[in-house]
Design a protein around this ligand. Structure first.
Ligand code: ADP
Ligand code: MG
Length: 405
């Protein structure tokens, strides 16, 4: 079944429209370091404002654990949004309290407000359904309809994502519509060869993805933090690199299954080993079987794929027709360990076919490394959400909008 789209809500002039955005941007000392997610919300917000809707934008930011915390305020987002829209954006210092109610009541047609971080309220992420629904009812007081556009959270059963959508007329925004359209192309008959590149740091999260992807892909490339669990499973010593020891048997199973299914599993043949986890750490390239044979011995930490691996990965990516990439190949935030991520990003821009980058940090990485969004087929705003979509899992935040795979 298809998603309910904006048009299904009818004319929206004068209507109070709650827009569930994903403004979960990276911040450093209160400054937004990548505004990609704010930009991604613009098409929907602009469309609604042009229609004369009274827009109430809401989002989570970080993990403030259900209590107000200035560190996670959406104030910088409201400010950035105002710059991008070229118009004033009112800001409510609470989410559903007096400030939000006053701010929303003062909105005229074609005007917009941002309310404070949804996760300052325990009800947003409560496991207890009743508690979540109670918060959703408070949110429903701020608007007449809901436009759900925070793709990054559609895999979560949370008040603003799920419960609210059941309380008021709801539809998907343009961002969610686009995300679903692209990811659906990856699941339904992707053009082959189809390669998936996985990296990043959330090892156990992502290992599970492999199981679901193995039956679907032709090539699976593993870099980033999780590569070391694969190398360890292969009997290599990995020093102090990221390791999920309890996953070694699982990983061995994946390696066997890949072979049985004829999936090309491409593992790193070298890595950049560093003396410590820091920008100015001494570092050297070592072969996959010699990671502890460097001057740092067993204290070395693997912080990037090595140059031979980067070259192989780039070749495999360039010769594929469909590529999905989630998770940086190394600690790209530290310049000396960004080369692997850069090589993979570069190769994705050369793909003759569909290339998709998924994941908050991956998206931030390609922008930080100087790539433009339009060099890729699509940059997904949701890491976990895009992975779960590809795994074929049911995503509550999409199902509630009418979607089923
Ligand atoms: P995404 O947000 O794109 O889904 P993740 O959150 O899983 O990606 O992972 C991103 C993080 O992974 C980055 O902060 C990066 O520094 C880290 N990372 C990549 N490779 C390594 C590694 N070898 N060791 C430790 N951290 C790593
Ligand atoms: Mg991340």
């Amino acid at each position: 079944m298809a998603l309910r789209t904006l048009d299904s809500l009818g004319p929206l002039a004068g209507t109070r429209v709650i827009v569930r955005c994903d403004f979960n941007v990276p911040l450093k000392d209160g400054v937004i370091t990548d505004d990609g997610r704010v930009r991604a919300a613009l098409p929907t917000l602009t469309r609604l404002l042009e229609q004369g809707a009274r827009v109430v934008a809401c989002s989570h930011l970080g993990r403030p654990d259900g209590a107000p915390n200035p560190k996670y305020s959406l104030a910088p987002v409201a400010e950035r949004l105002s710059e991008l829209l070229g118009k004033p954006v009112a800001f409510a210092t609470d989410t559903v309290g007096p400030s939000a109610q006053e701010t929303v009541a003062a909105l005229g047609d074609g005007e917009i407000a941002v309310v404070e971080n949804l996760r300052f309220n325990p009800g947003e992420t409560a496991k207890d359904e009743g508690e979540r629904q109670a918060f959703a009812r408070e949110l429903a007081g701020l608007g007449d309809v809901l436009v759900s556009d925070g793709f990054g959270v559609v895999h979560r059963k949370q008040a603003s994502v799920y419960d609210l959508a059941e309380l008021v007329p709801s539809a998907a925004g343009l961002l969610i519509e686009k995300e679903v359209d692209v990811l659906d192309r990856l699941t339904e008959n992707p053009e082959r060869p189809y390669a998936v590149v996985l990296g990043g740091s959330k090892v156990s999260d992502k290992l599970g993805v492999i199981e679901h992807l193995l039956p679907r892909v032709d090539k699976l490339l593993v870099g980033g933090g999780m590569m070391f669990t694969f190398l360890a499973a292969d009997g290599h010593k990995i020093g102090k690199s990221l390791l999920e020891a309890d996953q070694i048997e699982t990983v061995k199973g994946y390696v066997r299954e890949a072979a049985e299914r004829g999936v090309q599993l491409v593992l790193p043949v070298d890595a950049v080993m560093a003396a410590s986890f820091s920008e100015d750490a001494e570092h050297v390239v070592a072969g996959a079987a010699q990671l502890e044979d460097t001057e740092f011995g067993a204290d070395g930490i693997g912080l990037d794929i090595g140059p031979r691996t980067a070259e192989t990965f780039a070749d495999v990516i360039r010769s594929s027709r469909t590529v999905f990439w989630n998770g940086p190949m190394g600690v790209f935030e530290l310049a000396p360990f960004a080369a692997g991520t850069k090589a993979v990003a570069q190769a994705l821009t050369d793909v003759d076919g569909l290339s998709v980058v998924g994941g908050g940090d991956s998206a931030a990485a390609v922008r930080q490394l100087g790539f433009a969004d339009d060099e890729f087929g699509h940059i997904s705003t949701g890491g976990g959400a895009s992975l779960e979509f590809l795994e074929g899992k049911k995503l509550p935040g999409l199902e509630v909008l009418g979607w089923s795979q």
